[in-house]
Each structure stands twice: as structure tokens, then as C-alpha cells.
Ligand binder design. Structure first.
Ligand code: F3S
Ligand code: F3S
Ligand code: ZN
Length: 165
């Protein structure tokens, strides 16, 4: 099941993932327990190997939204983006993804290679969402359609920033 194309309407802001340079992206929840990761063997095995609980995670980003319940850590988006919007979150903070909801990142994580994933519990994190040039490469290459890029959602981001700041 791909990312919900109406996620900003159907979900609520559950956190604000900050960048040390002052930018941030919103995190939308609740997550979905029936998305691709719930039945993906590589992902489930990776959680077991770590001894980490598998929990629904929601969407990171608003105008570049990545559904972390659909993201199976393929990494094609990371290689495709010409302006390195994404990084593997675990390459900077190797902690359970649920704790990334209100994290602060420096943006120093691996952002070029799919092999930079720590393992299949890793996620593509749009830490430089505002650098997006709307090329849509990430949307095209993601095997699970976990990414929605929509310029119209830039307004959603701005309005949400005013109210949920
Ligand atoms: Fe990069 Fe996707 Fe935007 S590939 S430029 S984040 S549309
Ligand atoms: Fe995940 Fe799709 Fe990127 S599975 S790592 S969002 S290509
Ligand atoms: Zn994030």
C-alpha cells in the first residue's frame, strides 16, 4: 500500500524533526500497521536481529513526504535525488525510528548510496526537504511508492508551521 496521497488531511502532526541549520520537517501520524514493512521479510528479520520492536512510524516530511511504514530501505531515492534531500537516518542517529519524531539532525548522514543503510530497519529521511527542486526522480524510483512530492503541500507546511510551529 503506497503512501496515503492525502496524508496531510488524514493525519496529524506528531512531531517536528529539526535540522541544526534551523530548518525542520514535520512528522505525521499515526503510522499504519498494514503497510509494506509489516510483511517485508528483510525488514522484519532486521528488526528481529536488532531485538528492536516493530511499530508503526508515520510520514516524515510534508511536501517531500516519506512514509516510513512503506519504506523498505531500498535506497533508490537516495541515489536518485540530485540535491541530496534524503539521508539514511541511522547513519546519523542509530536509534529506534520512533524516537526520530522530535529529533535534531546535523544532516551529516549518508546521502549518496543505497549501501549506506545500516540495515533494513533504516529509513530515508528528508532532512533537506526545502532543497527539493521537484524533479520527481525519488517518486519514480521507489519500489513501494513510499514517497509523495507535491508542491501544493509547501503551503500546508507553511500554514502548519504557523499554527503548530
Ligand atoms: Fe530530490 Fe525527489 Fe525533490 S529526487 S529533488 S526530493 S522530487
Ligand atoms: Fe525507502 Fe523507497 Fe527510498 S523504499 S529508501 S523511500 S526508494
Ligand atoms: Zn525525519
Amino acid at each position: 500500500m503506497p503512501i496515503d496521497s492525502e496524508f496531510p488531511k488524514n493525519h496529524k502532526v506528531v512531531g517536528k524533526h529539526k535540522h541544526e541549520d534551523g530548518r525542520f520537517h514535520f512528522v505525521w501520524g499515526p503510522g499504519r500497521s498494514d503497510a509494506e514493512t509489516s510483511s517485508n521479510e528483510q525488514v522484519q528479520e532486521a528488526y528481529k536481529s536488532r531485538g528492536e520492536e516493530y511499530v508503526p512510524l508515520g510520514v516524515h516530511g510534508t511536501f517531500v513526504g516519506v512514509d516510513w511504514d512503506s519504506c523498505i530501505a531500498d535506497g533508490a531515492c537516495i541515489e536518485a535525488c540530485p540535491v541530496q534531500v534524503f539521508q539514511w537516518y541511522r547513519s546519523e542517529h542509530d536509534i529506534p525510528a520512533v524516537q526520530m519524531v522530535n529529533a535534531t539532525s546535523a544532516g551529516i548522514g549518508e546521502n549518496h548510496s543505497r549501501e549506506g543503510r545500516k540495515d533494513y530497519t533504516d529509513k530515508s529521511d528528508p532532512v533537506r526537504e526545502s532543497d527539493c527542486i521537484w524533479c520527481m526522480a525519488c517518486v519514480t524510483v521507489c519500489p513501494t511508492q513510499a514517497i509523495k512530492v507535491d508542491e501544493a503541500n509547501l503551503d500546508v507546511h507553511k500554514k502548519t508551521a504557523e499554527t503548530a510551529g
